[in-house]
Write a protein that binds this ligand. Structure first.
Ligand SMILES: [Zn+2]
Length: 141
């Protein structure tokens, strides 16, 4: 399956940026839930999680928190679509991130650079990392 666009509301991006700012320099992390339509993923829910490792170089979400978020999302009819984390490097996957991307299959990796506030979305496709375009929408009006 080819996914070329990640659609996300501006308010969710703000929420993720705030979460990252709060814990800096530790890596922030969150789970993304939503819908997959054709080649587009639409984020409908963001669950900010605690980085269990309290590390500046890696993150891990408590398995219980993951299970809880998955169960709740399922009740709401939403799919797990990706993971967010911040790191003090450019907004592209580190070699460690790439290793974990292999384990997470289809998930989108949304990465925020706490250095320059740039945000990027990536996905592992056929063993290669490809960048996914971010479409930021504003639904406040
Ligand atoms: Zn990273």
């Amino acid at each position: 399956m080819t996914i070329s666009v990640l659609q996300i509301e501006g308010q969710y991006l703000d929420l993720l940026k705030d979460a990252a700012r709060k814990v800096e320099p530790i890596e922030a992390c969150a789970m993304l839930f939503g819908e997959i339509k054709d080649e587009e993923i639409v984020v409908k829910k963001v669950v900010v999680a605690t980085n269990k490792l309290h590390s500046e170089k890696r993150f891990e979400i408590d398995p219980e928190a993951v299970a809880e978020a998955l169960t709740e999302a399922e009740r709401e009819g939403l799919e797990f679509v990706g993971l967010f984390h911040s790191h003090p490097a450019p907004a592209s996957p580190s070699s460690l991130d790439v290793e974990f991307m292999r384990l997470w299959g289809d998930a989108i990796w949304l990465i925020l650079s706490s250095k320059d506030s740039r945000i990027g979305a990536y996905r592992m496709e056929n063993g290669k990392v490809s960048e996914v375009a971010i479409k930021c929408v504003n639904t406040k009006s």
